[in-house]
Design a protein around this ligand. Structure first.
Ligand code: GLN
Length: 549
């Protein structure tokens, strides 16, 4: 049977619960335990799929096609494992299950209530992965902040499990904030005391307190927190601000977070953590030998979380290329034919981001044209790939009105069209083409050099696709479909062999990049950007080159 660790948050949101949970999971995994993480979110949406990225950041898609919270992305990137629908549960999904059961008559004669019916369903889901036999430890991150009305049933479920399970099978880690008051030059523990008191009033007693802080906690302060929060001093863990999230597992190891949790769980046999690959990655990340500037052309740039997986994929790809990736945000709505040269000056590569709806698409098309005509490495993801197709149709094939029927339903040249299976779909939640599908790679193509295998599997989230009626015309003019779904012929990858690096993918490669397995298209894109930057430098300093020879 698996053991359970619950991670709750207090004082404020955005303390990095997901990163702390993932770091603890990483350490336990590195010590040889089989670990997974799940997130329970208090909102009433059944999943975050219909949320605007401004509301909740990126929607992370799993192999099995679940639209989930972006923290699952962190779990996969840290642990190098796949998660699934079972790893993300919302209040909406819990209620949906209970209400469906009520309609089926499962509770005939009974009044259906939050306690016990909702809490029973929460507990059932909290233990699902643990009962599969695949894991020694299941970490459950509870979304929201203790004291929120919405998270009460989750906290109540944790309380019941803490009581029902053997004592060493349920550990509660509470993450809080120790603010530093600049004027008083003091770290303050009161908000933490209040938050632990609130948690205790709800019946849950934390075993470990992890304190986010910008200053070091003195031994006296640790003692004070331990005393007021009723935990041992060794169970007060400092979580100082880190230069990168990937440093956090090592900081937590230094603080002994994994050991205190193992002790509480009565696990005494474990090895020293195997973190060789992780440390190698960190070294490369911290001491890059070069730098490239990558333009991120998108429309949700005000919120960095909207492109979380893309940004993290660049971190992984940069490290393996021993090069710092500087992301330059370029808002697609403000790119025009007149200002594009100035807007994209100094870039070594261009990534056109995924997206929905017509806002900002003309700017994306202008940016693609610039990259195509100037030999600037180009990488288009999902909508970014579709924009590359439209640009090519308009400016190379001469189909001036070419468009996607998403933006222009009446276009005479729908080079991007709604998938046949989508035409009957009206409901919005969970109805896109989602999750992993195979893709066959064309021999001799850039895609085949990137992946090095004839068939791959990548994750999807879209309704529109390349219109195969135009394929011959595109290929004759030099844009190749170098990856296709073997069953349906759906175009998954396009490329321009005459260009140094021009790749568009219908899928979302950013969803599969991890620290230990950086995603190959990102890795090769950064390599191409590095070469572009070096050539630019050589062109600037031709004399120096001569002198060196
Ligand atoms: N809006 C496009 C589609 O649905 C692209 C989706 C995306 O970029 N994820 O096909």
């Amino acid at each position: 049977m698996a053991k359970y660790i619950f991670v709750t948050g207090g004082v404020t949101s955005s303390l990095g619960k997901g990163i702390i949970a993932a770091s603890l999971a990483k350490l336990l995994q590195a010590r040889g335990l089989r670990v997974t993480i799940q997130k329970f979110d208090p909102y009433i949406n059944v999943d975050p799929g219909t949320l605007n990225p401004y509301e909740h950041g990126e929607c992370f898609v799993t192999e099995d096609g679940a639209e989930t919270d972006l923290d699952l992305g962190h779990y996969e990137r840290f642990l190098n494992i796949y998660t699934s629908q079972a790893n993300n549960v919302t209040t909406g999904r819990i209620y949906q299950t209970v209400i469906n059961k009520e309609r089926e008559g499962a509770y005939l004669g009974k009044t259906v209530q939050v306690v016990p019916h909702i809490t029973d369903e929460i507990k059932r889901r909290m233990q699902l992965l643990g009962q599969s036999g695949d894991y020694d430890i299941v970490i459950t991150e509870i979304g929201g902040t203790v004291g929120d009305i919405e998270s009460l049933p989750f906290v109540e479920a944790v309380r019941q499990l803490q009581w029902e399970l053997p004592e060493e099978d349920a550990v509660v880690v509470h993450l809080t904030l120790i603010p530093y008051l600049r004027a008083a030059k003091e770290l303050k523990t009161k908000p933490t005391q209040h938050s632990v008191r609130m948690l205790s009033q709800e019946g849950v007693h934390p075993d470990v307190i992890v304190c986010r802080t910008e200053k070091t906690l003195s031994p006296e302060l640790r003692r004070k927190i331990a005393l007021f929060c009723n935990v041992k001093q060794e169970a007060v863990i400092e979580a100082a601000d880190a230069p990168t999230i990937y440093e956090v597992p090592l900081l937590m190891m230094r603080e002994g977070l994994d050991k205190i949790v193992l002790k509480k769980m009565g696990i005494s046999e474990y090895r020293e953590p195997e973190l060789g690959k992780w440390k190698e990655f960190l070294d490369k990340l911290k001491y890059p030998k070069g730098k490239v500037n990558i333009g991120l052309i998108g429309k949700y740039l005000e919120l960095q979380d909207a492109y979380k997986s893309i940004l993290e994929s660049f971190v992984h790809a940069g490290a393996i290329n021993e090069c710092q990736v500087q992301i330059v945000n370029v808002h697609s709505e403000f790119i025009t034919q007149e200002n594009v040269t100035e807007k994209l000056a100094g870039l070594d590569g261009l990534l056109v981001a995924p997206g929905f709806g017509h806002r900002g698409v003309e700017g994306k098309i202008v940016a693609v044209k610039y990259a195509r005509e100037n030999g600037l490495p180009f990488f288009g993801i999902c909508l970014g790939m579709q924009m590359a197709v439209i640009e090519f149709a308009r400016n190379v094939l001469g189909l001036g009105d070419a468009h996607s029927t998403e933006m222009d339903p009446d276009t005479k040249n729908p080079v991007i069209d709604l998938m046949e299976e989508q035409k009957k779909v009206t409901a919005k939640g969970g109805t896109m083409r989602l999750g992993a599908y195979p893709c066959e790679i064309r021999e001799g193509s850039l895609a085949s050099r990137i992946y090095g295998v004839p068939q791959i599997s990548e994750r999807h989230r879209h309704r529109w696709e390349f219109n195969n009626r135009y394929l011959e015309q595109f290929e004759q003019a030099g844009m190749l479909a170098s990856g296709k779904n073997p069953a349906t012929g759906l175009v998954e990858i396009i490329e321009l062999p005459a260009h140094p690096f021009f790749v568009g993918v219908q899928y979302h490669p950013e969803l599969k990049s991890t620290v230990e397995n950086p995603q190959p298209v990102f890795v090769h894109f950064i390599k191409a950007a590095k070469e572009f930057a070096e050539k630019k430098q050589e062109a600037k300093n031709p004399l120096m080159q001569g002198e060196m020879i």
